[in-house]
Ligand binder design. Sequence first.
Ligand SMILES: C[S@@+](CC[C@H](N)C(=O)[O-])C[C@H]1O[C@@H](n2cnc3c(N)ncnc32)[C@H](O)[C@@H]1O
Length: 183
Amino acid sequence: MIKRPIHLSHEFLEEVLDGEAIAVDATMGNGNDTAFLAGLAKKVYAFDVQEQAVQKTTERLAQFGLTNTELILAGHETVGQYVTEPVRAAIFNLGYLPSTDKTVITKPDTTLSALSQLCDLLEVGGRIAIMIYYGHEGGDMEKDAVLGFVKELDQTLYTAMLYQPLNQINTPPFLVMIERIKG
Ligand SMILES: C[S@@+](CC[C@H](N)C(=O)[O-])C[C@H]1O[C@@H](n2cnc3c(N)ncnc32)[C@H](O)[C@@H]1O
């Protein structure tokens, strides 16, 4: 069956992860992506502004016995304060966490700040996957901001791709993929 964007986001990162790699989950939420990355990488830094996300993710990681993570209760825009090593893979799941406070959403300014810092931290061959959910209020603006930023990336340093459902009703999430090709 044709791949959903969310599945492709994991496969795209899985291809470059190994036991030497540093990874970043920019939007921890319930910890699905943190657990996925931690199963493949040497270390994962995960960010969220909600205490509940840290709790849920702590529980999820414990279930899998994963201990190679640093869960940070702070916005991803502070990534540069916590991560100084070259990054092999990073993931963003934009929007809000289903089943929690729908007013806590990712925002254009902070998302672009984190994205820009992570593009700088990315090692050659490193990748960033951005799942863009934009059906909620403010989502459209963030989508446009992210697409605008990515389209301006220097093509001699980064390759960027889009994977998007074309015939689904409403506003299905889509995937933006970035790879660093030169230091
Ligand atoms: C779509 S959810 C992420 C889902 C998550 N990847 C998972 O596997 O469950 C978006 C998350 O981004 C978080 N968030 C909002 N603003 C943020 C920021 N500035 N930095 C980091 N996380 C933020 C929200 O609290 C929410 O948990």
